[in-house]
Design a binder for this molecule. Structure first.
Ligand code: PLP
Length: 340
């Protein structure tokens, strides 16, 4: 029970907190990795911790089906499909994106998991039409918000913060700073609340990868969105968690102009982590966050000897989406040695 809510235990927790020895030696800072990419369904990722709470809520309401929404390549949609498959529920994803012309990456996994994907022209009307269709077929639909991001979903990361605080204490790095991606904000704000709740000494930096405002306004708009989100959380739980605007330590320096775009610097740190530690990160989320750590260490913004925890939130299928894959293939062709 966490803040009055139960969950269904889907995951084998805690996830590992690993020291990245080769990267640490190279960067001159001490880097640890929280392996939430190793969560155990359908190639893993951060949405599974949120889904433990949504699944409980859905089953309590007698749901027979989970429906959610997002981009065509939503990691959250794939993991919602995974949880539905495992617990005998139907699943569907609604997206406003166009069909990308190929069934790759998350779409391939969605299909394998038996999840329907609806490409609609307009989300407002399309979402309701999809819900109505399955309801007419006799399903009791539970709607999971985009990114699993709401007052209930954050609990997965409130819990993760407490888990991390214990692990960091055992390893003697209780004053390290966590770097985590900000997308729909639930993971970041959940961690922030969890660290506050357990009186943790761990720091937290959020690396925004999804521009909330236009150029030059990104940080102001992100802060506004975080404050509004936090206000909704306080209202939902009927209490204050003691967080103020100053607690929102965030950077918008690694957005690179757009969400989920191919970026040279991001692919460079993806290769770096793969080649030093054999850990695979993704081009949309974790690549940009890891770039914040590497760039910070190299520039001295993260002082030598600092202790840093890189939160690996998953996203592996992202490397198999066409617009990222073509860039990767071009750069990696040099590793193919073909005898003629
Ligand atoms: C969704 C996602 C995030 C961002 O988490 P939010 O809770 O939406 O902020 C980070 N990494 C990966 C791989 C994701 O799929």
């Amino acid at each position: 029970m966490l803040l009055g809510h139960d969950k269904i235990e889907i995951l084998h927790l805690p996830t590992p907190l690993e020291h990245l020895k080769n990267i640490s030696g190279d960067l001159g800072i001490d880097v640890w990795c929280k392996r939430d990419d190793l969560t155990n369904l359908a190639t893993g990722g951060n949405k599974l911790r949120k889904l433990e709470y949504f699944l409980k809520d859905a089953l309590d309401q007698g749901a027979t089906m989970l429906i959610t929404e997002g981009g065509a390549q939503t990691n959250h949609g794939r993991l919602t499909a995974a949880v539905a498959a495992k617990y005998g529920l139907r699943a569907a994803i609604v997206t406003e994106d166009e069909y990308p012309g190929e069934i790759s990456a998350n779409l391939l996994l969605d299909g394998m998991l038996g999840c329907d994907v609806h490409f609609v022209k307009d989300m407002e009307t399309g979402r309701q039409a999809v819900i109505d269709k399955y309801t007419a077929e006799g399903e009791k639909v539970y709607y999971v918000p985009m990114g699993g991001s709401n007052e209930l979903g954050i609990l997965g990361y409130v819990e993760c913060a407490m888990e991390l605080d214990t692990q960091a204490g055992e390893l003697g790095i209780e004053d390290a700073t966590i770097y985590v991606t900000i997308g729909s904000m639930a993971t970041y704000i959940g961690l922030l609340i969890g660290l506050k709740e357990c009186g943790s000494k761990l720091g937290l930096v959020g690396v925004n990868v999804l521009p909330y405002g236009s150029a030059g306004q990104e940080e102001a708009e992100l802060r506004k969105a975080l404050n509004e989100y936090y206000a909704r959380i306080k209202e939902f739980y009927g209490r204050d968690f003691g967080i103020t605007d100053e607690d929102f330590v965030v950077t918008t320096a690694f957005i690179h102009g757009a969400y989920n775009n191919p970026v040279d610097e991001v692919r460079e740190v993806m290769y770096y982590l793969a080649r030093k530690e054999a850990i695979i990160i993704d081009p949309c989320y974790t690549g940009k966050t890891f770039e914040a750590i590497v760039a910070g260490a190299r520039s001295g913004d993260i002082p030598a000897g600092s202790k840093v925890i890189f939160m690996h939130t998953g996203g592996l299928p992202g490397i198999y989406t066409k617009h990222h894959r073509v860039e990767l293939e071009m750069e990696l062709m040099q590793y193919m040695h073909i005898e003629d």
